[in-house]
Every structure is written in C-alpha cells, then in structure tokens.
Design a protein around this ligand. Structure first.
Ligand SMILES: Cc1ncc(C[n+]2csc(CCOP(=O)(O)OP(=O)(O)O)c2C)c(N)n1
Ligand SMILES: [Mg+2]
Length: 686
C-alpha cells in the first residue's frame, strides 16, 4: 500500500508543475489543475489501465480532459507518468511525450504543451479539447467504439476489448448543448464503459455559476439514465477511489461523478474565485500556495524522484502488465482467429481490407439518371460489405440521406446489441459530429449523414476533425435550392463555401452517379482527411462516359469533362454537382453555334488544389479568360477559378419555397442562361 505521504507528494507535484508552467508562460489556467490534481491522481494511479510505454495500445482506458483550458493538468500527468512519444507511423519512441523542458515552455511555439491539448501533436492526448463540451461529447464516441469493437472482435475465450472511457468536465462543458445531446445519447445506449467526472466548483470566467446556471445537474443526468454519484471533497482520495470503483462495477448505464472542488485550492487570495481561472497566480501567490502544500516555496518545476518512481510502481507497472497480457492474448487470437486479427490490425493502422473496392458499381448512361443520394446508397453498401469497420448513421434522416447499410448482418447499434453497424444519433447533429470524432480516434471508420443545411449544427465538431486530421465521413444530402418546396430554411447557400473555408477539410460535390462512385473510392483511402460528400436529393442525368471523359477524373478534384473539337477552347464552363449536366447541355448548344466551350467538372476544390500547377493549368488554362462558373450556392470564392472578370452564376440571396423548375428559372440555373453568359464573356451576342 502506498503511504499517504507519497500520495500527497504526487498530488502536489502535479499542482506545482502546473502553477509554475502557467506562471512562466504568464498565460493559462492554474486554478483547475490545482483543484483537480487529486482526482487525476486517484484515477490514473489507481484505476486507469494505461501503459505509458505504449500510449496507443488499442485496449487502453481513455482519459479525456474536456476542460481543455486546464491543459497543464494533463501535461503534468503525461510527464510524471513517463508517457512515451509515438511517431506518425505508430512507432513508440524512447523519448518522453512531454519532457520537462516543454513544460517550461508551456504555450510557446513548438512546445509539446500548447495552450490546449492537441491530439496528434502530443502523444497521450486522446482528443483535442478547448471548445467546451467537445471532449465529453467525443468521449461518448470512444465509448461507442469500445462497445462496438468488443461486440465485433471479442470471442468467448478472447476478451480483446473492454476498455473504459473517462472524461473530466467543468461547468462550461455541462452548460454547452453538445454535452447534453451526447449525455442523452449515452444514457439511451446504456454505455456503462463511460464515466464523466464533473468539477463542480461553481466558478466560470465571469464569476459564480449562479450568474447563469441553476440546473440540478444530478437530477438531469438521472433523467438521462445515468448513474450519479458524489464526492464532496476533491481532496478525499479514499472517496474518489470508491466512486471510481462503483463506476467500473456499474453495468447498464454510464456514471457521472460530481466532485465538489475549490478552484485554485491552496492559493490564499484566489481560491474559490474566478481570478484563479484564466490568469497566472502571480509570483507571491504561487509561493504562498506552495507553502500551504508544504512545498519549498522558492523551488520551480521541482519533480521529486520519489514521485516519478511512485507513478512507475503504480500506474506504470499495472499498465505494463495489462498491456503485456493483452499482447500475448492477441498472439493467441491471431492463431485462432487470423481473419479477425488481421482486420483488427488493419483497422488500427487505418488500412483497408484487400478487395475492399471490388463491388463498387459503374452506372450506365441514363438521361433520367438518379439522385446523388441514391447512387451513394448503392456505393456505400458495396463498400460497407467489404469494410466491416465502416459504421455510421444519421441524425434521424437516414430515409432521406439513404445511408443505411442494408446488406445481411449489417444490423442496428442499440443498447445491448452493440455489434450493429447502423447507428442512430437521434436529432442531434452536433453530438453526431463529436461522436464520429470519438469513433475515428478509436480507429473505427465512421460516417454520419444529414441535410447539408444542418452542417451548421455540427460545425464545431467538423472543425475539430480537421484540426485533428482524422478521416471522418459526412454525407450531406439536399445540397442546394434543388430541394425546392422546403424553402429557404432548408436550402443551403453559404454552407458549401463555409465548409471550403475549413483548412484540411475535403469537400466533394459529385456531378452524377459515376462521380459518386469515384468519390467513395477516393474517400475510403483517406487516412487523415475529414470529408463532406455533398449530394443531391433530386435526380441527375448519368453522363455518357463514352462521349465525355471518365469519372475517374474526380480523384484530381477537377477535370476536363467535355471539349469542343477544332482547337483550343474559347470559353470555360466551370461547375460542380447538379450544375455540371446543365453546363454539358449549354456546351452542346454552343458547339452547334460554332463556339468552342470546355466543361470542367470541379467536384472538389481541395483535391484540385493538391494537383501540380501544370495539371491545374491544363484544366483551366490561364490564357482562356472567358469563363462562367455555375453552382447553386453562394458565388463567394468562385472568382478564384472564374477570375474577377468571369461570370459567376450562383446564389446571392436566400432561396425560396417553390417547385425546383420555378426556382431554376427564378435564379437563372438553366442551359440557356449559361449560353448567354458564355456569349457575353466572349463579347458575342446571340
Ligand atoms: C465553446 C466554448 N465557449 C467558450 C469558451 C471560453 N471559456 C474557456 S474556459 C470558460 C469557463 C469555463 O468554466 P468551467 O468549465 O467551470 O471551468 P473552470 O473555470 O471551473 O475551470 C470559458 C467560457 C470555450 N473555451 N469554449
Ligand atoms: Mg467551473
């Protein structure tokens, strides 16, 4: 049994490291690490099944610091427990993930200790946090992944997955809507592998929470179907221990542990005030707090060797043993269930099964064609059949988005039936996005679908996926005013350009069924890129690919679909999605009149921007300045390709409620208008 002194020593090391780092950076949040140090200590040292030598061991317990502003708490833990760095090839390196020098350079350029924890940058950080509520919501995705992987990979004699997910949340996290959506879903799904710890300190930035928050949090979570326990004093390690034990034993529901704490614990003038939240304590207050802890007040960044050793003997030894057992279990599993073991390995390394794409259909030319969502339904099922860890669903819109996996055995993911591959997020777009992030961070391949207009409801999670460079897949249907009668509330205008503005996010708006097929072929091979596949509700002609260029051009983002014979093009028609076929019609009309136009299908600006300048210039020759762009969305940004002198046919207002035909007329989306624009560009009237 550890002596109480060693416990106190470790807790105070966490506290003082955090205080010193914030003080040195002259920026950051000291108060919460000071208060929550015992909670992190009790959890990591006595419960967490985590091997610091291998922070990506697949069956490790997850720890999420949802209150990302308290990042020094996490960095202190990663440092003191000796978590090792992992490189992008998933190789564990000898060096520390968080060296002491980087703690001394907290919040400075290239430090492994940035202002908020960043996945991918600092090994051991399970997800990027900082936007409040995201961490806890993401933890629900991790818990879902744990359940799914257990159902999929475990065998009666082989328990390959049984990890738990812990997340630390503040008042801010619990006020944010996304945490409420996620908690509601977690309760419904009876995720007993999930435990949130609520730092009930009654303080946020503006002051006392009573300024704006009077929820009965316990009752709220009980109503969500959670098990709720309380720890009346964050410094009571024995009580914390008991709470974690109860959480682990509890089956059939997630657990919320409400911990009463004192922000800035030990700082004589700042404890329990919002002054302990967002600014350094000040040199004098730091010394006084150290005195209170019985710490040498003049020492900075002091890490007693006994503290390191104690963590190594506790969490380190336990983690190493459990991981070792798991590894030998995996070897035996591999011998007994080679196919499953191979799948597990590939999934963990973001690889695909052999032959994953062999059933992707090719669609015959058809002037009537089919809707983007219909084509996608066929392709996702062709791919899903061959990639067992592709799982997903919709925010209650599967009948419209057509993302259901319908092949035999696909099943539904439900409480108690965790092997199903069709998820039901309920009407919770924001939580859907965060859950997808959690799934992806656990290496399951997730997709989520909804109407493009409601991408706004999940945007913070989309942005985080892009920051984290994780390959989540959004299927957004009802892509434009093409939805017709539903009217302006349901017609995306600014959504596409605003998604294009997110760095690293790939957006693909295919022109026909074959481009949809090619889009899935490209998407599935992404390992670090989140993607939005933007699809129509209405039917689109399936282009005759014997006459026009093959849809495989989609992989390059933009390609020459049609060129006029008889020399270089005079005018370029640039379009995405449903407007491409319209441009092809305009092209035929122009050809008849002896005008040489080129149709460029541009399903993905992002993929196009990744091509060489030579390729880009070959598709959009700089010398051809007569250009028309056509997209049923905000015209913003199209000047990049159409040029400032080009004609941009698009939306400059919200849409309207009417049948599609009338809307096309009202807003100028028809071949005749495109022909007129092309002629105008060439200075030739009809
Ligand atoms: C979505 C979001 N809104 C606002 C902020 C800015 N912010 C950072 S911390 C904070 C207050 C958080 O209070 P609490 O969660 O109780 O943390 P404590 O001060 O108790 O550590 C706010 C508003 C944020 N990080 N994320
Ligand atoms: Mg608080």
């Amino acid at each position: 049994m550890p002596t109480p002194d060693l416990d106190a020593l470790c807790v105070n090391t966490i506290r003082t490291l955090s205080m010193d780092a914030v003080q040195q950076a002259n920026s950051g949040h000291p108060g919460t690490p000071m208060a929550m140090a015992p909670v992190a200590y009790a959890l990591w040292q006595r419960h967490l099944r985590f091997d610091p030598a291998d922070p990506i061991w697949p069956n490790r317990d997850r720890f999420v610091l949802s209150m990302g502003h308290a990042s020094m708490l996490l960095y202190s833990m990663l440092h003191l427990t000796g978590v090792r760095a992992v490189n992008p090839k998933y190789e564990t390196l000898g060096e520390l993930s968080v060296p002491l020098e980087d703690i001394k350079r907290f919040r400075q350029l290239d430090s492994k200790c940035p202002g908020h924890p960043e996945y991918r940058w600092t090994s051991g950080v399970e997800t990027t946090t900082g936007p409040l509520g995201q961490g806890v919501a993401t933890s629900v995705g991790m818990a879902i992944a744990g359940k799914w992987m257990a159902a999929h990979f475990n065998r009666p004699d082989f328990q390959m997955f049984d990890f738990d997910v812990y997340a630390l949340a503040g008042d801010g996290c619990l006020m944010e809507g996304v945490s409420q959506e996620a908690a509601s879903l977690a309760g419904h799904l009876e995720l007993d592998n999930l435990c949130w710890i609520y730092d009930n300190n009654h303080i946020t930035i503006e002051g006392e929470t009573s300024l704006a928050f009077s929820d009965d949090v316990a009752t709220r979570f009980i109503s969500y179907g959670w098990n709720v326990t309380r720890v009346g004093d964050a410094n009571d390690l024995a009580m914390l221990d008991r709470a974690f034990e109860t959480a682990r034993k509890r089956s059939d529901r997630p657990t919320l542990i409400i911990v009463d704490s004192h922000i800035g614990y030990g700082a004589p003038h700042k404890q329990d005030t919002h002054a302990a939240h967002g600014e350094p304590l000040g040199e004098d207050e730091v010394k006084l707090a150290k005195q209170f802890y019985g710490w040498p007040p003049e020492e900075k960044f002091l890490v007693p060797e006994e503290a390191r050793r104690h963590f190594a003997d506790g969490m380190g030894a336990r983690g190493a043993r459990l991981r070792g057992e798991w590894m030998s279990r995996f070897e035996a599993y591999k011998a007994r269930y080679p196919a499953e073991a191979d799948a597990l390995f590939r999934m963990q390394h973001r690889q695909l099964p052999d032959g994953w794409d062999e059933d992707i259909p090719t669609f015959p030319a058809d002037p009537k064609g089919m809707a983007g969502r219909e084509a996608s339904a066929k392709v996702i099922n062709a791919v899903g059949k061959n990639v067992p860890w592709l799982i997903g669903g919709s925010a209650d819109l599967t009948p419209s988005t057509k993302t259901r996996l319908t092949f035999e055995g696909a099943g539904d993911f439900e409480a108690g039936a965790y092997g199903g591959r069709n998820l039901h997020f309920g009407v919770r777009e924001h939580a859907m996005g965060s859950v997808m992030n959690g799934l992806s961070l656990s290496k399951v391949r997730p997709y989520g679908s909804g109407f493009l207009i409601f991408s706004d409801y999940g945007r913070p999670a989309i942005r985080l996926a892009a920051i984290m460079e994780i390959p989540v897949i959004y299927v957004f249907t009802h892509d434009s005013i093409g939805v017709g009668e539903d009217g302006p509330t349901h017609q995306p205008i600014e959504q596409i350009v605003s998604l294009r503005a997110i760095p690293g996010l790939v957006n693909i708006r295919p022109a026909d069924a074959n481009e949809v097929a090619e889009a899935w072929r490209v998407i599935m091979q992404f390992r670090h890129e989140p993607v939005c596949l933007i699809l129509t509700r209405q039917a689109l002609p399936t282009l005759d690919r014997s006459k026009y260029a093959p849809a495989s051009g989609l992989a390059r983002g933009a390609y020459v679909l049609a060129d006029a014979p008889g020399g270089a093009p005079e005018v370029l028609l640039l379009a995405t999605g449903s407007e491409v076929a319209m441009c092809v019609e305009a092209h035929e009309l122009l050809s008849r009149d002896g005008i040489r136009s080129r149709v460029v299908s541009m399903p993905s600006w992002e993929l196009f921007e990744h091509q060489s300048p030579e390729y880009r210039d070959s598709v959009i020759p700089p010398s051809v300045t007569a250009r028309v762009s056509v997209e049923k969305a905000s015209t913003m940004g199209w000047e990049r390709y159409a040029g400032t002198g080009g004609k941009r046919i698009g939306m400059r207002t919200f849409g309207a409620s009417a049948p599609l035909k009338e809307l096309q007329k009202k807003f100028g989306f028809n071949p005749e208008n495109i022909v007129a624009a092309a002629r105008e560009q060439l200075g030739r009237s009809a």
